[in-house]
Design a protein around this ligand. Structure first.
Ligand code: AMP
Ligand code: ZN
Length: 113
C-alpha cells in the first residue's frame, strides 16, 4: 500500500491539480468544505508535521508560500482564507503525507470544530 498523495504526485490517482512548482503541488479536495478547498503538498513524502526534520524548514516553508500563491490564484486574497494542517488522530489527520488545507470563499468561523 503506497501513500495516496504520493500516488497523486505520480499520477496513479487522478486529481484536479490547480498548481505545481518544483517542490509543491496543489489539487482540489474531493470533499470540499468551502467553495475553495485545495490541498497543498510537498513533492517530498513527509508523513506529518511531527515527522519533519529540523533540516526541512525550507520544505515546509515552501509549501506555505505555495498555498499563498494558490490563494491568490483562486482570488481569495481580498476576502481572506484559512490554512489548516491536521497532525495526528485528535486533529483528524487521515492522509499521512503533509498537506495544507486551503479554505476560502465563505466566512469561516472560529474556533474550528
Ligand atoms: P486530513 O483529514 O487533514 O488528513 O485531510 C485529508 C483530506 O484529503 C480530506 O479533506 C479528504 O477529503 C481529502 N482526500 C482524500 N482522498 C483524496 C483524493 N483522492 N483527492 C483529493 N482529496 C482527497
Ligand atoms: Zn506520500
Amino acid at each position: 500500500m503506497g501513500c495516496l498523495f504520493c500516488n497523486v504526485l505520480e499520477k496513479k490517482v487522478p486529481a484536479d491539480v490547480i498548481y505545481e512548482d518544483e517542490h509543491a503541488v496543489a489539487f482540489r479536495d474531493i470533499r470540499p468544505m468551502a467553495p475553495t478547498h485545495a490541498l497543498v503538498i510537498p513533492r517530498k513524502h513527509i508523513a506529518a508535521i511531527r515527522a519533519l526534520g529540523d533540516d526541512e524548514a525550507a520544505t515546509i516553508g515552501h509549501v506555505i508560500l505555495a498555498a499563498r500563491n494558490v490563494a491568490k490564484q483562486e482570488g481569495l486574497e481580498a476576502g481572506g482564507y484559512r490554512l489548516v494542517i491536521n497532525d495526528g488522530d485528535a486533529a483528524g489527520q487521515t492522509v499521512h503525507h503533509i498537506h495544507v488545507h486551503l479554505l476560502g470563499g465563505r466566512p469561516l468561523t472560529w474556533p474550528p470544530g
